[in-house]
Design a protein around this ligand. Structure first.
Ligand code: ATP
Length: 306
């Protein structure tokens, strides 16, 4: 029996690792919706992040040549500031964030982080520098503690709890009979969209990346959850260069800059005040939501899609 125990124990470890690898891949594919298509160049260097400034220069992109998705996209996100992208469904918002994560290479122009073309840096270093809080987080079939600690493997329980507090998740977890040891995911406790997003926020707080991509949930959350999430998102975005696909008015009102995407082009740009004054697409979107969906007293639940 003793002779058997060691190999069986080993098999257990292998099984766990395989299971985790499969879950990781599923999570990654679900997160980014795609199989990776790019490879490191032979002379790729690690990305050297100073402040984390992002620059798109004349970026064009298509999935298939006959159908351009993004055309001549140029903008800059100064280090530590927040830029929001708004636009109709299918305008190319998610595609733009996938390019920054280098899930695909641009088909025209270039993307720079602190002056380095992202095609010349290693994917590992690029992805280590960028945190992603997706719309719908895929959780591992493991404990809440594991799911949060995944942001920085080897984190202590104290670090995990601290991140959960900042993400407004701690009280919820403590109310569960098994607390941080509660198993979640497909085969465990099912979390709501808002709770899952808070796990993703806690995970990202632990990862502490200089750059952040936020994809706000489009689904309506109740006002209290919504406010909790907004606070948690503000925590995670603080002092980070942030690109947010914005669906909510509260996010865009505070953004340092707003890009309005229309059929793959930047149609308008500026602050909320600038864009309202310009009286164009953004102002029309804003107007429509204030008249069409009176479901939140403070307007925070109004969805910002054209
Ligand atoms: P939404 O607000 O609905 O999420 P979006 O502005 O984020 O939309 P994208 O997801 O970037 O839009 O999609 C832009 C266009 O690219 C859409 O017409 C979409 O059908 C197309 N597209 C997205 N992903 C792929 C893909 N993997 N292969 C081919 N076409 C794609």
């Amino acid at each position: 029996l003793i002779q058997l125990a060691a190999p069986l124990g080993f098999l257990g470890v292998v099984y766990r690792e395989i299971k985790q690898a499969v879950t990781d891949m599923q999570a990654m594919f679900a997160l980014l919706d795609q199989v990776p298509e790019v490879a490191d160049r032979g002379d790729a260097l690690p990305l050297a992040v100073s402040g984390g400034a992002v620059r798109f220069e004349g970026v064009g992109f298509h999935y298939a040549p006959e159908r351009p998705i993004l055309t001549d996209i140029s903008f800059e996100i100064p280090a530590g500031t927040r830029t929001a992208i708004v636009g109709a469904s299918g305008a190319g918002k998610s595609t733009l964030t996938r390019l920054l994560f280098r899930f695909y290479d641009v088909t025209a122009g270039r993307i720079l982080i602190d002056g380095q073309d992202i095609r010349g840096v290693t994917q590992d270093s690029l992805r280590a520098a960028i945190g992603v809080v997706p719309q719908d987080t895929v959780l591992f079939n493991d404990t809440i503690a594991y799911n949060i600690a995944y942001g920085r493997p080897g984190s202590s329980r104290d670090d995990v709890e601290q991140a959960a507090r900042l993400a407004a998740l701690h009280d919820f977890v403590m109310a569960l009979p098994q607390g941080y040891d509660t198993v979640v995911g497909e085969r465990g406790l099912k979390l709501s969209g808002g709770e899952k997003q808070r796990v993703a926020i806690a995970r990202t707080l632990l990862k502490a990346p200089p750059l952040l991509i936020l994809d706000e949930a489009t689904s309506a959350l109740d006002t209290r959850t919504e406010q909790g999430i907004q606070g948690a998102l503000a925590q995670v975005a603080r002092n980070r260069t942030t690109l947010v696909i914005a669906h909510r008015l509260s996010t865009v009102v505070d953004a340092d800059s707003i890009l309005v995407l229309d059929q793959g082009r930047i149609a308008e740009r500026g602050t909320h005040t600038d864009l309202l004054a310009a009286g164009g697409l953004y102002a029309a979107m804003w107007q429509r939501q204030h008249t069409d969906t009176p479901d939140g007293e403070d307007g925070s639940q109004h969805s910002l899609v054209a």
